[in-house]
Write a protein that binds this ligand. Structure first.
Ligand code: MTE
Length: 336
């Protein structure tokens, strides 16, 4: 108990990452491991108060800024789909773009945009491999040019209990999977983010199992809602939102929506996932939004809109039950 109390106190002081400003959300096991690691490195308690260790100047210093996407004329803004409607106003871009989770840069949500600003996002390839008949590596600009881009206004709900409404531009993940033709043995899809040891959050947090990795069941991945986003607010994705290509899975907690995707692998067994490996009791593989199943350390019954600050009830499957409830005959938090 004493140990836990001191963890909570330090967390309040350090206000880093998942810890702010919603709740004390940093997985405690992670925090404790971080503490051990810092001790092993000889940093001691002083460093601990800094939270996540020193943020180095962004790798942006050495990376060329992303060129304007002049090679992609006419792709943005894409036509908005009328099929996906939300009951709330779109979150202002300036707010969504200044409050991000992207641990490869920093755990400080409000600094991600500046640390990621110069991230190199071209050239960029995505390898699609594993249990497929036609493995391929795609260039992201080729995808933007020829895939059926559309704008979809989706609700987005973080496991930390903050929420926003965002107009993504992208194409269905299903469309890409059809091109590689999964074999009959493929049952899951594994996703991997960029791995650059020089990104400041990677360099300063070696205890995380980089690169960030996630997974979906194949029927989730091919659900019509699963989107590969290349843009947001009518233009290409800026780095802080996961440029140049990211996953968006709107009925699940936001940590499933992996950023800066470089690899997709079709596999037979359920793949491990980043947060689940770190803290399996707190971050499940399925992570479907469910107001009735609290996180072990906080309620999920309501959520805070990041634009107005209003607290509103959480919706089961984040409001997307009509599209996905059939995938989970035993309910959102008990999927077989
Ligand atoms: N993807 C990578 N590679 N690294 C991350 O730290 N954070 C996840 C998800 N994808 C994360 C990631 C979490 S916890 C959330 S809530 C969303 O990205 C945040 O997306 P946003 O910053 O575009 O709102």
């Amino acid at each position: 108990m004493g140990r836990r109390r001191s963890v909570v106190r330090v967390r309040a002081l350090s206000r880093a990452g998942w810890e702010i400003p919603e709740q004390s959300v940093t997985p405690e096991g992670v925090f404790l491991r971080r503490r051990e690691l810092l001790a092993a490195l000889g940093y001691g308690a002083g460093a601990l108060l800094l939270g996540c260790g020193p943020d180095r100047p962004a790798a942006s210093a050495r990376a060329a800024a992303t060129p304007p996407p002049s090679e992609l004329p006419g792709r943005y803004p894409a036509p908005r789909s009328r099929r996906y409607r939300v009951d709330r106003a779109i979150t202002p871009e300036a707010i969504a773009g200044r409050y991000n989770n992207f641990y490869e840069f920093t755990t400080d949500k409000e600094r991600v945009h500046e640390l990621a600003a110069g991230m190199r996002t071209r050239p960029w390839q995505v390898e699609v491999t594993g249990l497929v008949h036609r493995p391929r590596t795609f260039d992201v600009d080729e995808l933007v040019r020829r895939m059926p881009l559309e704008e979809r206004v989706y609700r987005f709900r973080c496991v930390e209990a903050w929420a926003m409404v965002v107009p993504w531009t992208g194409f269905p993940l299903r469309a890409l999977l059809e091109e590689v033709q999964p074999t009959r043995a493929a049952r899951y899809v594994r996703f991997v983010s960029i791995h650059d040891p020089e990104l400041p959050g990677v360099a300063s947090q070696p205890w995380y199992p980089w690169p960030y990795f996630e997974g979906l069941r194949l029927d989730e991945a091919t659900n019509e809602l699963s989107l590969l986003a290349t843009g947001i607010y009518g233009h290409p994705l800026p780095p802080q939102h996961g440029a140049p290509l990211r996953l968006v899975v709107p009925w699940k907690y936001g940590f499933k929506s992996l950023k800066s995707l470089v690899r997709i692998e079709l596999v037979a067994e359920r793949p491990p996932t980043f947060w689940n490996r770190l803290q399996p009791r707190e971050y499940g593989f399925y992570a479907n939004v469910d107001p009735h199943t609290p996180h072990p350390r906080w309620s999920q019954a309501s959520e805070r809109r990041i634009d107005t600050g209003a607290r509103v009830p959480t919706q089961v499957y984040n409001g997307y039950g009509a599209f996905v409830a059939d995938l989970y005959p035993r309910g959102p938090s008990n999927p077989a």
